[in-house]
Design a protein around this ligand. Structure first.
Ligand SMILES: *Cc1c(COP(=O)(O)O)cnc(C)c1O
Length: 385
């Protein structure tokens, strides 16, 4: 293996840490599909592999790339989805433990905490984690075991100060976990800001091609909690399949090309849409008027991410009519792929959603940004005719 110590993140990602296959000299590491491994004659398993549920070589290769990008000392752990990765963090708590989570967060995880989490005896306080006063008041020293934040968070792109949140959590004896799906390691490295765990839905920009469901955790410390996460992954059979890990590794190779391009497109679209007569408000941390702009400018590097939302004049009907009229943008849920997606969020979240009814969520892809703007402009005009 090459000496990668001087390589930048872009180089590490592009060559999956520079690994080649020692047997064939292939420049792309092989895909390991085997579910079982040969035992040595003396009964040992010297290769380190026994069975596919706890571990797999393609999984390890892909985890090593993500651990390098996140500068994760404990390493990374791949799961079958972002949801499996996140819920492992909640399942690693004990009944009666208290945790804090954002009032506005990834909808399915909030729902899990309110239903399954409660059934398992977790006590959860939901607060606006971008308000450090509220966060501090919600954390109970000795009782709170986990503070969960998401930044920028779905779908309002509120920004939580990771460094400050880590200090508040640690002072009370709690861990800080960050859902960094919408920042990606290109923009933010939560572990270097004091977080204990970083989680990604790797289904999104890490893979980037909307063709593999995956989740990942990266850890600052190989402590008891980290070991418990591995036990949960294995015990629940929640490991990612090797083929998905292979696709993810392939997607990661272009992360440092895709992420800046998508962030530039999002910034450009946010600036243009902020001046659009049929748009009442644009939510994007890259706009100076966004409440999270100052913190984002500090903890995000090289741009503000690929996600933005717009509030459409004319309310819910006009928002849905706009989404109905796009052509280049694809009307679909999910985010982070090379194809731009638009979604009326309140429809998918259903009753009880904190998402405004006039909001459209936009995931900027890598298409020509003038084409993207024109498509939205025409759809907005047609919806208001
Ligand atoms: C998609 C997403 C998740 C859930 O990930 P899946 O891979 O769909 O299970 C969690 N958090 C955020 C911010 C997401 O966008």
């Amino acid at each position: 293996m090459s000496d990668t110590s001087s390589w930048s993140k872009a180089s590490l990602a592009a060559q999956a840490l520079g690994r080649t296959d020692p047997v064939t000299k292939a420049v792309v590491p092989p895909l390991h599909l085997a579910t079982t491994y040969l035992r040595d004659p003396d009964n040992a398993y010297r290769s380190g592999f026994v069975y596919g549920r706890p571990d797999n070589a393609t999984i390890r290769d892909t985890e090593a790339v993500i651990a390098a990008l996140e500068e994760a000392e404990a390493g990374a752990m791949l799961f079958g989805s972002g949801t499996a990765a996140a819920t492992a963090c909640f399942l690693a708590l004990d009944p009666g433990d208290h945790m804090v989570a954002p009032a506005v967060m990834y909808w399915a995880l909030r729902k899990w905490l309110l239903t399954e989490g409660r059934r398992l005896g977790l006590e959860v306080t939901f607060v606006e984690t971008d308000d450090l006063g509220q966060l501090e008041a919600a954390i109970r020293p000795g009782k709170t075991k986990l503070v969960w934040v998401e930044t920028p968070s779905n779908p309002l792109w509120t920004v939580t100060d990771i460094e400050a949140a880590a200090a508040l959590a640690h002072r009370a004896g709690a861990r800080l976990a960050v859902d960094s799906t919408c920042a990606s390691p290109f923009h933010t490295r939560p572990l270097s800001l004091g977080a204990d765990i970083v989680m990604h839905s790797a289904t999104k920009i890490l893979n980037g091609h909307s063709d593999a469901l995956a989740g990942v955790l990266a850890g600052a410390k190989a402590d008891e909690y980290w070991a418990r996460l591995a036990t949960i992954r294995s015990g629940m059979g929640a490991i990612l399949g090797p083929f998905e890990a292979y696709l993810l590794q392939r997607g990661l190779k272009t992360l440092y090309v895709r992420a800046p391009a998508q962030a530039r497109a999002a910034q450009d679209l946010a600036e243009r849409l902020a001046r659009h007569p049929q748009v009442s408000r644009v939510l994007y941390p890259g706009l100076p008027q966004h409440p999270g702009h100052e913190v984002a400018a500090r903890q995000m590097e090289k741009g503000f991410g690929f996600m933005l939302s717009v509030q459409v004049r004319g309310g819910e009907a006009a928002a849905i009519a706009t989404a109905a009229r796009v052509g280049l943008w694809k009307r679909a849920t999910s985010l982070g792929g090379v194809e731009s997606l638009i979604e009326h969020r309140a429809s998918i979240e259903g009753p009880g959603t904190p998402c405004p009814a006039d909001l459209l969520r936009l995931s900027a892809g890598i298409e020509d940004v003038d084409d993207l703007y024109r498509d939205l402009d025409e759809a907005l005009a047609a919806a208001h005719r």
